[in-house]
Each structure stands twice: as C-alpha cells, then as structure tokens.
Ligand binder design. Structure first.
Ligand code: BG6
Length: 491
C-alpha cells in the first residue's frame, strides 16, 4: 500500500504553458490524481510569461488535459479536484524580483519543493541562480530538467556546471523519458530476476543484439529544433544509448540509483570509439524524401513546413556499436532509429548463438538459433523464439521455430500502461533517482557521440536518401548484411 502523505510536495512548473507541459506533464499529473497518488496537500504553481490569471490558466490546462487524455480516462470531478491544486504566476524568469513571489506562495505550503524546468536548457542556469539568490530553494529541493543537456560534451558541461553551482547531484533529476517506460524498466527485471537469462547474457551465448526505435511520424512542426539536433543527438545520444546500457550492463549490487548508474557508466566507457576509417562499415546516416505514411502521401524532410533548403541533417541513423569488455567482446549491437519509417516500433532482439553441435536436417541449420524479442512499444511484451519438432508422422525430426509469448496486456490483464512521465513524476515525488540520468552518464554519452558527429562534419557527409515509409537507406541493410546477418523484419 502506498503511503501518499510522505510524498506531499509543492511543485513549481517553469514553462507551464509550453508544449511539453501541456502535452505530457499536466496530463501525467492528472493521471496521478486519478489513481490517488497525489497527496492531499500537494500544490502546483504554474509559471509562465503570459499575463493571465489562475482561473483562465486552470481553464486552459483543463482543455488541454481533456484533449490529451483518453475519453474513458476523463473523470470530471477528479479533473476539477486536480485543477484546484494549481495556482498561476505570470512571471519573467529573468527578473530576480519575481522570485520573491515564489517565496510568498511557498510560505503557505509545505512538503518537499520540486522545481520542474520545462524550459529551454539555455536558461536552467539562470533560473537556478535566481532560486538560490532569492532564497527559494534549499538542500532538500529537487530539480527536474529535460534533455537536451547541451548539443555536445562542452555545452553539456556548461549546463551541468551551472546547475552544480546551486544544486548537489543528488538533487538533480535529469529526464530521459525512455527510462520511465514500463517495458524499459522491465529490462532490469528480465535480466536480474531471471537466472535463466543471467547465465546466458554474454559473448559465449549471444551472437548479436538489435535495437530498433522507429517512428512513423515526421518532424511534426518541430523543424527548427530538430534541424539543429538531428537523429543522432535527438535519439541516439540519450534514448538509444540508455537502452544499450540496460541491455549490456553488469548486474548492479542492488536497485539503488548509484548502483545502477555506476554499471551504466561502465558500459558507456567501454564503447569502442567509431573512428573515421569505420564510417563506411559502422555508420549510416539518412534523410527521408517524399513517400507514403499510413497509406497517405507525405512530403520529404526538405519539403516540410519551415524547412531550409539543402539541410544535411539526418533523420535516420543506423550504427554498429561494439563494447570492449569481457562480457561483450565480439558481439555487435546494431542500432537503428529514424523518422518516417513504416511504423512506430521500439524493440530489442537478442540473437543467441546456435548449439555447439548441430544434429538436425542441414537445410534447417539457419533456423537453429534462439531469439529473445523484447517489444517496448506498441504491444508491449516479450517473445522467446524456440525450436521444437514439427508435428505429424511425416515430419520426422524436422524443426520449426515458435514463440514462448508474453503479451503484458493479455497475461497480466493490465488495462492501461502508464505513460513514462507519470512514472517519472511519481519517482521525483518519492525522491528516487534510479530512473534519472547522472551527470557522468550524459557526458560519456556525449563523448562517444561527439567523435561520430565530428567525422560527419569533417567529411561534409551527406545523408543517404530514403523514401518516407521505408526502413531507411539501403546502406543500413548492407551494413548488417556484410556481417552475414539481417534486420529482424527482413529475415
Ligand atoms: C523525444 C524526441 O525525446 O522522443 C522526439 O525528441 C521523439 O523526436 C520522441 O519523437 C519519441 O518518444 P516516444 O516515447 O514517442 O517513443
């Protein structure tokens, strides 16, 4: 049974009228209210520049919540109760005087103070300094910040340094929303609660690993932001490398934040740098052209609204990562992520090595390796492909491959999988950092990504084209085929 009273808090939301807050954060907080996880006295202070009053902001947020939350999950009395928790302050974040009003608001409250910076990272430092100088925070304050933490190692250090001037590392909750996904957390349970896998999880038994995070959407009105970032910074540096760490890390000694994060950092440190002579064999960069998505024609990246002609930003990355340690020596991790691919699909496939001595029909030898398919989204679940004998008197000992299947929604009768932000906000309220990214993780990830980006820059590498609605440039298929393998969909 959860004791909510311990989690009573005051939440200050900077950037409360921005897209992230309205699309993700307030709907997630509403869901916490719905399932009874907000303590009775928890209060929310929405902060933004717009000169509005609390009543009109409550109305606006109520509309957005009605828009983003599924109809069957909307309960008017609960929504009203949730909106009543919200106060609004129209506020210029650069005006130090304004922060006094935060103290006035806080004077009537209690519980832990959580500051959520749903703002551009360039102003995290400024907000932090004002909070300190105006006495709005103390050593118990928890601060939540979003990616991107910089656009490379140097710029991430600047942001991290600015935050560190005011807050200790144990006060900082850096969000990578993939860590809040139910199925991503299940990777920890799968690996460290099942001894069956623990003994197999290394280069003796695994031949290679595939990680695919595909999206069918394009840039969705975010061209300006996305064009500066590209898929490598937007997805690989954070979400994909976090998934890789959870698959590759050694068992932590317990579930504490630092035990888990120490093991993830070791993986990042062991990633083999991709040097310029490996660019052709280990890296593919793509950009979508016009094509079809869900049966409808869609424009290419360069024809999207607000696009700049001739941009060479990548919307697709495929790469072969190698981890230089005992566990993973010789096991490639093929990683692939892109916009405007045929479907929204995040999955990890562990390919096990075949048995050491094969005694069945030689024609079927290619079947003889087990695969563990971990479906992160949609249709969350796991599937272990195993070999059995084909049924029937005439089949002899012919083999066939079939799944041992676990679909979460069916097996556990779970009607609803919470959104990542619900989990993450709830963990911040409990003060638990294990689903958040530590400074050194961010920096080691940048270090690895930076050297790839610098080769692209040095070689003025143009992305390879792929039509919207396909699985990326053919070069990404060639990359894995050269190793005698194929992407799961193509097998
Ligand atoms: C975000 C990226 O972090 O993750 C977006 O900035 C991307 O470009 C999104 O679309 C994908 O998240 P999800 O949860 O929909 O897989």
């Amino acid at each position: 049974m959860v004791d909510k009273s311990e989690n009573r808090c005051d939440l200050m939301m900077f950037g409360a009228l921005g897209d992230l807050a309205q699309r993700k954060l307030f709907p997630a907080l509403y869901q916490l209210e719905r399932v009874g996880l907000l303590a009775r006295d928890t209060r929310i202070l929405a902060l933004a520049r717009d000169p509005q009053d609390t009543a009109s902001v409550r109305r606006q947020l109520g509309e957005r919540i009605r828009h983003y939350v599924k109809r069957e999950e909307l309960e008017t009395d609960i929504l009203d109760r949730f909106l009543d928790r919200i106060d609004y302050l129209s506020f210029d974040f650069s005006d130090s005087q304004g922060y006094q009003r935060l103290n006035d608001w806080r004077a009537n409250g209690g519980g832990a103070l959580i500051v959520y910076m749903a703002t551009p990272p360039s102003i995290y430092g400024m907000i932090a300094r004002h909070l300190r100088d105006q006495g709005c925070c103390n050593e118990q304050t928890r601060v939540v910040v979003e990616k991107p933490i910089g656009h490379d190692l140097d710029s991430s250090r600047v942001i991290n340094d600015q935050l560190a001037e005011v807050f200790n590392e144990n006060q900082l909750f850096r969000i990578d929303h993939y860590l809040g996904k139910e199925t991503v957390q299940n990777l920890i349970a799968l690996r460290f609660a099942n001894n069956l896998f623990a003994t197999q999880w290394n280069q003796n038994h695994i031949s290679h690993v595939e990680i695919t995070v595909a999206e069918s959407v394009g840039i969705e009105g975010r061209w300006g932001y996305f064009d500066k970032a590209g898929q490598m910074r937007d997805m690989v540096q954070n979400h994909l490398l976090q998934l890789l760490c959870l698959i590759a890390m050694d068992p932590p000694s317990d579930l504490s934040a630092d035990s888990i994060r120490d093991e993830k950092v070791k993986v990042l440190k062991a990633l083999r740098p991709i040097t310029s002579d490996m660019m052709e064999t280990h890296l593919v960069r793509g950009q979508y052209t016009a094509g079809t998505s869900n049966g409808k024609p869609v424009p290419g990246y360069l024809e999207e609204d607000d696009a700049t002609k001739g941009s060479t930003t990548e919307t697709f990355v495929a790469l072969k990562a190698e981890i230089h340690n005992w566990r993973w020596s010789g096991v490639p991790f093929y990683i692939r992520t892109g916009k405007r691919l045929p479907e929204k699909l995040s999955q990890i496939i562990i390919h096990f090595k075949p048995a050491p001595h094969y005694i069945f029909d030689p024609d079927q030898k290619h079947l003889a390796n087990n695969k563990l398919i971990i479906r992160l989204q949609p249709d969350e679940g796991m599937e272990l492909q195993i070999l059995t004998k084909d049924q029937g008197l005439d089949k002899g000992m012919r083999l066939r491959q079939g799944p041992l299947e676990l679909t979460f929604s069916e097996t556990f009768n779970a009607s609803r999988i919470p959104d990542a932000y619900e989990r993450l906000l709830w963990e911040v309220m409990k003060g638990n950092q294990y689903l958040f990214v530590r400074r050194d993780e961010v920096e080691y990830a940048w270090r690895w990504v930076d050297q790839v980006m610098s080769h692209w820059q040095d070689h003025a590498a143009h992305p390879k084209r792929y039509a919207a609605g396909t699985w990326g440039p053919v070069a990404s298929i060639a990359m894995i085929t050269r190793d005698g393998r194929s992407w799961y969909e193509d097998a």
